[in-house]
Ligand binder design. Structure first.
Ligand code: DX5
Ligand code: ZN
Length: 215
């Protein structure tokens, strides 16, 4: 089964605890938390305090996607807040290996996120240190954008690279995911699907989550 990670970026931020509980009841596997700093991306969202506060209302796996410059400065605070996995952008890290080591040293999982324009070869030297590779299928910053079709082939090439290197890292796809684009990337080798507007915009949240799980 596909792991479904609804993005709370599309939730009503005034009701985050309620929305997180609603996602859990609707069958979400993970909660995807988009952290933006207004520098790496042109938008500003959630800090460690908010993650700590919603942690009190949910036992789901917290998948924290840091879209921030100098993530090493805030990683300890997000670990303390209850993150289960933290992904950092390769484009935001000069010393990516050091940052992954920092995340893993606390016992939680580490991922690297790649913008649409960033080659999968950026992480070739780091495969042994990775639990997850997050391929952005939109340019990060906002929910509700259109899926970039070239990511289907990028997913295939990444899956092949991981297989050739006997890596157990999971492949997560983030941006513009619905039943149709989700199906295409799962066929290409994706394990985890992030979806914001598709799930929060659906008439029936349970059905929307289920439709991705069974792809
Ligand atoms: C974009 C975020 C995504 C976003 C996905 O920068 O990383 O997680 O919330 O939203 P949708 O599914 O609406 O494209
Ligand atoms: Zn995200």
């Amino acid at each position: 089964m596909v792991t479904v990670a609804p993005s709370i970026l599309s939730a009503d931020f005034a009701k985050l605890a309620y929305e997180t509980v609603r996602l859990e009841e609707a069958g979400a596997d993970w909660i995807h938390i988009d952290v933006m700093d207004g520098q790496f991306v042109p938008n500003l969202t959630i800090g460690p305090q908010v993650v700590a506060d919603i942690r009190k209302h949910s036992s789901l796996f917290f998948d924290v996607h840091l879209m921030i410059e100098k993530p090493e400065n805030l990683i300890p605070a997000f670990i303390e807040a209850g993150a289960d996995l933290i992904s950092v952008h390769s484009e935001a890290c000069t010393h990516l290996h050091r940052v992954l080591t920092l995340i893993k040293s606390s016992g939680i999982q580490a991922g690297v996120a790649l913008n649409p324009a960033t080659s999968i070869h950026t992480i070739e030297e780091l495969l042994d240190d990775l639990d997850l590779v997050l391929l952005m299928s939109v340019n990060p910053g906002f929910g509700g954008q259109k899926f970039i079709p070239g990511i289907i082939d990028k997913t295939k090439r990444l899956a092949l690279m991981l297989q050739e290197r006997s890596s157990s890292a999971q492949i997560e796809i983030d941006g513009g995911i619905n039943e149709e684009t989700g199906q295409a990337v799962v066929e290409a080798g994706a394990d985890v699907l992030v979806a914001g507007s598709y799930i929060f915009g659906a008439k029936n949240m349970d059905q929307a989550i289920h439709s991705l799980k069974i792809l």
